[in-house]
Design a protein around this ligand. Structure first.
Ligand SMILES: CC(C)(COP(=O)(O)OP(=O)(O)OC[C@H]1O[C@@H](n2cnc3c(N)ncnc32)[C@H](O)[C@@H]1OP(=O)(O)O)[C@@H](O)C(=O)NCCC(=O)NCCS
Length: 203
């Protein structure tokens, strides 16, 4: 009983949500700057990412003009009594120049998860949604980001790897992290997988 009182995430012994504490549903969605959720996403970016390094959204826009308009915005949205609330976000810049090696690529930016929800898999779900978009519909061959030093372990934990030398951006240490598209299944493999019920599960 004590355990159940401590957290809304705790489920009753047989696996069903406790009736007094329904499971929290957090969905990954794609929005535009015109969405009513955009202001909530910007507020999260400011509190988690920008303010701690002396930026606000206006300074970000001045330094990265039109990025918000060019990017695809992925958000993690939680139902809340006061209305839907953005608890995680990232930007996917899909119109980047090809890499030096000729890979078509997109850049992940402004990755942030509400401190109360960190460590619960939301960052992974957001990046996986961006990977599915980049390597699926957009058929790109590489994703990259400029990771703050404190987040390098996160990208490594989800399968990305470092490239090049450490560098400074906005006065703090960064590392370029990359992920290449998984190899395409050959036609033979694809036809074998067609009968597999797990094949084609979306994000
Ligand atoms: C970094 C951040 C986006 C990660 O999101 P999250 O929802 O907390 O991460 P997840 O719960 O999805 O973690 C996925 C994996 O990464 C690991 N991980 C998460 N953050 C980590 C960190 N800072 N260092 C090392 N590993 C980390 C988790 O342990 C987990 O590993 P596992 O699957 O082996 O258990 C989030 O902590 C955050 O917003 N931090 C502050 C802002 C920031 O640093 N943004 C990135 C700027 S480049």
């Amino acid at each position: 009983m004590g355990l159940i009182r401590r957290s809304r995430n705790i489920v009753a012994a047989r696996g069903a949500p406790h009736p007094a504490y329904p499971a929290i549903v957090i969905k990954i969605e794609r929005i535009t700057p015109q969405s009513p959720l955009f202001a909530s996403a910007v507020a999260l970016r400011e509190s988690v990412l920008l303010n701690p390094i002396g930026y606000d959204h206006a300074k970000f826009v001045a330094e990265y003009p039109s990025v918000d308009e060019r990017a695809e915005h992925f958000v993690a949205v939680m139902d809340h009594p006061t209305g839907p609330r953005v608890v995680g976000c990232l930007l996917l810049l899909t119109d980047e120049e090809p890499s030096e090696g000729g890979q078509t690529q997109a850049k992940v930016m402004q990755m942030a998860v509400d401190p109360q929800r960190q460590g619960a898999g939301l960052g992974r779900r957001l990046v996986v949604a961006a990977e599915a978009r980049a390597f699926g519909e957009l058929e790109l061959s590489r994703l990259y980001c400029h990771s703050q030093d404190r987040a390098i372990g996160f990208y490594e934990a989800i399968g990305w790897h470092a490239e090049g030398e450490p560098f400074e951006e906005a006065g703090i240490g960064h590392m370029k992290m990359i992920l290449d598209a998984p190899p395409q299944p050959s036609n033979d493999t694809a036809s074998t997988l067609e009968g597999d019920p797990l094949y084609g599960d979306g994000v």
